[in-house]
Design a protein around this ligand. Structure first.
Ligand SMILES: *[C@@H]1O[C@H](CO)[C@@H](O)[C@H](O)[C@H]1NC(C)=O
Ligand SMILES: *[C@@H]1O[C@H](CO)[C@@H](O)[C@H](O)[C@H]1NC(C)=O
Ligand SMILES: *[C@@H]1O[C@H](CO)[C@@H](O)[C@H](O)[C@H]1NC(C)=O
Ligand SMILES: *[C@@H]1O[C@H](CO)[C@@H](O)[C@H](O)[C@H]1NC(C)=O
Ligand SMILES: *[C@@H]1O[C@H](CO)[C@@H](O)[C@H](O)[C@H]1NC(C)=O
Ligand SMILES: *[C@@H]1O[C@H](CO)[C@@H](O)[C@H](O)[C@H]1NC(C)=O
Ligand SMILES: *[C@@H]1O[C@H](CO)[C@@H](O)[C@H](O)[C@H]1NC(C)=O
Ligand SMILES: *[C@@H]1O[C@H](CO)[C@@H](O)[C@H](O)[C@H]1NC(C)=O
Ligand SMILES: *[C@@H]1O[C@H](CO)[C@@H](O)[C@H](O)[C@H]1NC(C)=O
Ligand SMILES: *[C@@H]1O[C@H](CO)[C@@H](O)[C@H](O)[C@H]1NC(C)=O
Length: 825
């Protein structure tokens, strides 16, 4: 409560009306005693705090004609931050705020008390009311020598706004319990059904946002450093944005948070609005509009209370498959889970039976589950906590309750684990330990052992020593034994009957396309969720197990520029993949001649190009596997609702053709026009063949022409040749589609063309990697190498000999075709 010594109150208003109020303006301690009244008779008399920050008076919110006593910022925008009689409005302008029987009271025109500060009688002698510069309306003894002692203060009765210095929380010693409640509507400040409140049980505190009786968001438990789930505040901390800070106090007697600024040029408030959001608003001293610093819940999905249902974790970066079951758990409803709704949560694969061998698996850096069925003990260590949890058969998980100084305290959960999300604060040590059955623990140990063995083996091989044969044999034998229950697939699996229903028995009318490996159908689950169903051709010789492994790996590839695999179905002869459904079409519908139905500005094109590059970079480098797409083309780039590009069909090329060297010669997958020379001619593929295809795609996007159907009156070069010629003649911008009407950013376009030409260079080793491409596209200042002649830089009359077989396969078909070599399916 610093800064309160600045208290003082002035009265604003038109001078002739002053007689209503008794004012004493002594040298520096200015005090107004409301011995008579502040009336609402159209004279607009208000109280104003000394430095002119806050104003108190009668007002009518929105379109209402009711009258209320409120406090608002005197400067624009005149935001009301507190209302006295919010639940008992005056219906006319005959109200009067005055002091009566030692209380501050609001009277109606029959002089009935409508609102009162309600302090017990006999406490105060001759109180005065002051509006402080903090926005706090206080009642104080006139004669009081200690100006920080209040008989009553509005800060103890927050409405929907938390001002600087106001506490959100509770204090046992004073009986204070302050929390925010929303207005009913913009016209009605009475108590709405949204509250934001500090909740403390067994000494553990968190703030909780509720709508009616339902929890909508919680901050996560205060862990000594932060609220374990307030990810956004951590971000601000890391960005060292110093405009505001929170002051937190937690002990046996009190628990609260308080907003502070570090800089007087900014005013900060927290406001709870009636649609159920807490907004942190800032107002700079030179602005007349509030700026939203953040809102809570911040993330509409992972921050939403219990978004994933019980025993699941929400990971905001894994869009759109945000929810995953905790280790050892499986979705209660597979269908719902695949439909990306999740509310039913997860259940154990193997029930706990409390036998010997049960143990724990760590889930690192999470917002701890809500405090529903739990117990805590502040003096136990993590080790004791583990033992304690193990000894109680109904204990499902445990964690440290305080992470400061290496962690202390013990929290145990007994029921379902609710509302867990990732927080990804490195070193936050906010880890959760989940109890698993003996067999799950054993399989985890075995896979760890296997990893260790590989390390030992490779270490011993490289160091030239060899393990004793017997020991080695023993180890391997042990591992084989432990491997048996390793089979279950983590990806949601789906019943064939459901797929058949969803696609109307693979009805031709549901067919939306045909990818390289089979037809794609649109389907609708009974939950209403749209899905894309890819039915893989049956001729694949790949074993079931390998297929499962591959698919599971692909399912782990999650990136905003890749189409998400939601599940699979392996039943009878069928191998089916279920993807998220993308309602907007593929990129080719937007870029090629005559198909530009919608107006997309250059910026959107540039975004799409960069998005594809990032997706491809992820496939090539960032994912656990190194995936060569091998069939990158405009029709494999799908667009979501906001026209963000998503690469589809990735991974399958690898799935189907990976191991056999023969694949290189026997079955070339890819699409005419996008295939790199070395792939077309020698059947060699690498990440650089994808780079080539990316280059073609990029140049096509700019020019609006397909490489294949490209015709120029002056020469017989294909699109790549044409681009190369223009580049050398310093007329690169001529490549741009007339569609753009010259409204594009020249430097960006030139950079794109140069990158495109670098990608389609003849020799694979000259082509940049995707990581340099992303860098070159993202950085205005990047210095780009000069491109060399593209592959296929030949006039069309002189056919490239090596690729004849390829060309013969497809050259008579008009449309883009997926090239299928003689051994195709
Ligand atoms: C007041 O009424 C007008 C006209 O009906 C409406 O447009 C406006 O949104 C209302 N304002 C509030 C705060 O309800
Ligand atoms: C004035 O307030 C008193 C007490 O709340 C109430 O009984 C009375 O009906 C009110 N009169 C009017 C006109 O609102
Ligand atoms: C004042 O206290 C009485 C009894 O404790 C309560 O009924 C009344 O609602 C209170 N009034 C206000 C304005 O808080
Ligand atoms: C805003 O605050 C800054 C820092 O306190 C001060 O330098 C500046 O003069 C203020 N501007 C206005 C318009 O008050
Ligand atoms: C409440 O805040 C949210 C988040 O900023 C905003 O989207 C919404 O429009 C606000 N609702 C009202 C009624 O102001
Ligand atoms: C907390 O744990 C300690 C050590 O195990 C024990 O001595 C103490 O009684 C426990 N406190 C409570 C309240 O259970
Ligand atoms: C396990 O913990 C729960 C909750 O604290 C308690 O009710 C129960 O008695 C404990 N069971 C055993 C066997 O200690
Ligand atoms: C994308 O699809 C959505 C849903 O079908 C549609 O509303 C939107 O207009 C489409 N956007 C474009 C640019 O076609
Ligand atoms: C482009 O078109 C030419 C001729 O139409 C063809 O030879 C070539 O393979 C196509 N693809 C690339 C990447 O140049
Ligand atoms: C260019 O102009 C044409 C005709 O005015 C219009 O149809 C097209 O959408 C414009 N292109 C862009 C990118 O704005």
């Amino acid at each position: 409560m610093e800064a309160l010594h600045l208290f003082t109150v002035l009265i604003s208003s038109i001078l002739p009306l002053l007689p209503f109020l008794q004012i004493s303006l002594a040298a520096h301690i200015d005090t107004i005693t409301l011995i008579q009244s502040l009336t609402d008779d159209g004279n607009k008399i208000t109280l104003i705090s000394q430095s002119q920050t806050f104003e108190l008076g009668f007002f009518s919110p929105g379109n209402s004609t009711n009258r209320y006593i409120g406090i608002w910022y005197k400067r624009k925008p005149e935001t009301v931050v507190w209302v006295a009689n919010r639940n008992s409005p005056l219906i006319d302008s005959n109200g009067e705020l005055t002091i009566r029987e030692e209380n501050l009271v609001l009277l109606n025109h029959t002089r009935g008390i409508v609102w009162s500060s309600n302090i017990s009688s006999g406490v105060a002698k001759s109180p005065v009311a002051l509006l402080l510069d903090s926005g706090n309306l206080v009642l104080q003894e006139q004669e009081s020598t200690d100006h920080n002692v209040y008989l009553w203060q509005s800060f103890d009765y927050p409405t929907d706004t938390l001002l600087l210095g106001m506490k959100l929380g509770w204090d046992l010693s004073t009986g204070f319990d302050g929390y925010l409640t929303s207005w009913k509507s913009a016209d009605d400040p009475s108590i709405g059904d949204v509250t934001y409140r500090m909740r403390t049980i067994s000494g553990l505190s968190q703030t909780v946002l509720t709508v009616g009786l339902t929890r909508k968001f919680r901050s996560g438990i205060w862990n000594g450093i932060r609220y374990s789930g307030l990810v956004i505040l951590r971000d601000y901390q890391e960005l060292s944005i110093k405009a505001f800070k929170y002051f937190n106090v937690f002990n046996e007697k009190q628990a609260y948070q308080m907003l502070q600024t570090v800089d007087n040029s900014v005013v900060s408030i927290l406001n709870l609005n009636q649609s159920g959001f807490v907004q942190h608003l800032n107002l700079r001293n030179d602005s007349s509009e509030w700026a939203v610093m953040y809102t809570l819940p911040n993330d509409q999905k992972c921050d939403s209370y219990n978004y994933c249902g019980a025993n699941a974790i929400c990971t905001s970066t894994k869009y759109p498959v945000l929810c995953e079951c905790l280790k050892g758990f499986t979705p209660r409803s597979q269908e719902e889970w695949i439909g990306l709704t999740w509310s039913k949560g997860c259940e154990r694969k193997i029930p706990l039976d409390c036998r010997k061998g049960e143990g724990f698996v760590k889930v690192a850096e999470v917002k701890l589950p809500d405090l529903l069925e739990f117990s805590s003990n502040k003096s136990m260590s993590l080790k004791e906590c583990e033992q304690g949890c193990l000894n109680n058969c109904s204990c499902k998980a445990y964690a440290n309750s305080d992470v400061t100084n290496g962690g202390s305290g013990c929290l145990m959960w007994f029921g379902d684990l609710i509302d867990i999300r990732d927080v990804n604060v490195k070193g936050s040590e906010q880890d959760l330990y989940i109890r698993l059955s003996a067999s799950e623990i054993k399989s985890i140990h075995d896979s760890d052992k296997r990893k260790k063995l590989y390390i030992i083996l490779s270490a011993s091989l490289t160091s030239g020593t060899c393990l004793c044969g017997v020991a080695l044999w023993c180890l391997i034998w042990n591992l084989k034994k432990g491997k048996s229950n390793d089979e279950d697939i983590d990806l949601p699996t789906f019943d064939l009957a459901t797929i058949i229903t969803a696609t109307n028995n693979f009805s031709p009318s549901n067919l939306v396309g045909a990818g390289g490996f089979g037809p794609v159908y649109k389907g609708k689950l009974s939950t209403g969720q749209d899905i894309a169903v890819k039915r893989l051709s049956k001729s694949s010789t790949q074993g079931l197990k390998e297929f499962k492994n591959e698919v599971e790996l692909i399912a782990k590839l999650q990136h905003r520029n890749l189409v998400a695999l939601l599940g699979c179905c392996i039943q009878r002869e069928e191998k089916i993949l279920i993807y998220e459904y993308m309602p907007n079409k593929s990129l080719d519908h937007y870029i090629f001649d005559g198909k530009r139905s919608t107006t997309l500005p250059w910026e959107k094109h540039f975004d799409i190009i960069r998005g594809i590059a990032r997706g491809l970079l992820y496939l090539h480098q960032d994912s656990k596997l190194q995936i060569v797409h091998r069939d990158l083309k405009a029709s494999n780039i799908l667009l979501d609702n906001n026209l963000n590009p998503k690469i589809s069909d990735f991974g399958l090329a690898r799935t189907f053709n990976d191991d056999e060297k023969e694949a290189i010669t026997r079955r070339i997958v890819g699409t005419y026009g996008y295939i790199s020379p070395e792939y077309a001619i020698d059947g060699k593929f690498s990440v650089k063949s994808d780079v080539f295809s990316f280059g073609v795609l990029l140049l096509e996007t700019l020019s609006g022409k397909k490489n294949r159907s490209f015709n120029h009156p002056d020469h017989h070069h294909n699109l790549l040749g044409h681009a190369w010629l223009l580049w050398n003649e310093d007329k690169a911008l001529d490549l741009m589609d007339a569609y753009f009407n010259d409204s594009y950013v020249e430097s960006q376009v030139l950079r794109c063309i140069q990158v495109g030409l670098l990608c389609v260079q003849k020799f694979a080793h000259d082509r940049p990697t995707m990581s340099s491409i992303v860098f070159m596209l993202e950085n205005e200042g990047a210095i780009l190498p000069q491109p060399k002649q593209p592959g296929f830089f030949v006039e069309r009359s002189s056919s490239d000999e090596g690729s004849t077989s390829l060309v013969h396969q497809v050259s008579h078909s008009e449309n883009v075709v997926t090239v299928t070599m003689p051994y195709g399916r």
